[in-house]
Design a protein around this ligand. Structure first.
Ligand code: 5GP
Length: 190
C-alpha cells in the first residue's frame, strides 16, 4: 500500500524500543522532522527541554489542551500526559517535510481519526520474552511500574492490525532504515 509521504506515526508496545529507534533517526536522518512532544513528566538525566520533550507543568499542559493546540494527547501508563503540538507539525507538513511522530497507541488512534491518510507504522518486538527483558533491563522503573507497563504492552500488541505496516525491532539500525524507507526516503544508516 503506498500513501503520500508527509506524516508518519510510529507506535508500538511499551519497551519495544520506540525511543531508541527515534533517537537513532534523530542522530542519523536530519531529513526526518521528528516531532518533539509536550509532557508533564519530569526530565530524566540527560534529557533537554525542547530536544527530547517540552517539559510542562500540569497547568501549562491543561491550557495547551484547552486552547486546542494538541493534535493528540494521552495519559500514558496511567500517570503522565504526553501530547503532540499541532502548530509545529502542521507547519512542518506545509513545508513539505517528512514528519515523524513517535507516540503511544491512544495517540496514534487520535491521529488516525484526524489525519486518516497519514502512514501508520507499528513497531513490534522480535518476541514477547525479548520485550520483557528490555523492560526489566532498563531498570529505571519500580516493579509496580514495570508490571503496569507489561499490562499496557499486552493490550498494545493486539493493536497491530490497525496499522498500515509492521516493523520488527530486531536491530535498531535495520528497523530505522525500514521505517525511513516506508516514509519514502532513502535509507543510508549503514
Ligand atoms: P517516556 O516517558 O519513556 O519518554 O515515554 C513514555 C511513552 O510516551 C512512550 O510510549 C511514548 O511513545 C509516549 N509518548 C511520547 N510522546 C507522546 C505524545 O506526544 N503523545 C502520545 N500519545 N504519546 C507519547
Amino acid at each position: 500500500m503506498s500513501k503520500k509521504p508527509g506524516l508518519t506515526v510510529l507506535a508500538g508496545p511499551t519497551a519495544v524500543g520506540k525511543g531508541t529507534v527515534s533517537t537513532y533517526i534523530r542522530d542519523t536522518y536530519p531529513e526526518v522532522w521528528l516531532s518533539v512532544s509536550a509532557t508533564t513528566r519530569a526530565a530524566r538525566p540527560g534529557e533537554q527541554d525542547g530536544v527530547h520533550y517540552f517539559f510542562k507543568s500540569a497547568e501549562e499542559f491543561d491550557s495547551l489542551v484547552a486552547d486546542g493546540q494538541m493534535l493528540e494527547w494521552a495519559v500514558v501508563h496511567g500517570r503522565n500526559r504526553y501530547g503532540t503540538l499541532r502548530s509545529s507539525v502542521d507547519a512542518a507538513i506545509a513545508e513539505g517535510k517528512s514528519v515523524l511522530l513517535e507516540i503511544d497507541l491512544q495517540g496514534a488512534r487520535q491521529v488516525k481519526a484526524a489525519v486518516p491518510d497519514a502512514t501508520f507504522v507499528f513497531l513490534a518486538p522480535p518476541t514477547w520474552e525479548e520485550m520483557v527483558r528490555r523492560l526489566v533491563g532498563r531498570g529505571t522503573e519500580t516493579p509496580e511500574e514495570q508490571q503496569r507497563r507489561l499490562e499496557t504492552a499486552k493490550l498494545e500488541l493486539a493493536a497491530e492490525p490497525e496499522f498500515d505496516h509492521t516493523v520488527i525491532n530486531d536491530d535498531v539500525r535495520r528497523a530505522a532504515d525500514e521505517l525511513v524507507s516506508l516514509m519514502g526516503l532513502t535509507p543510508h544508516g549503514r
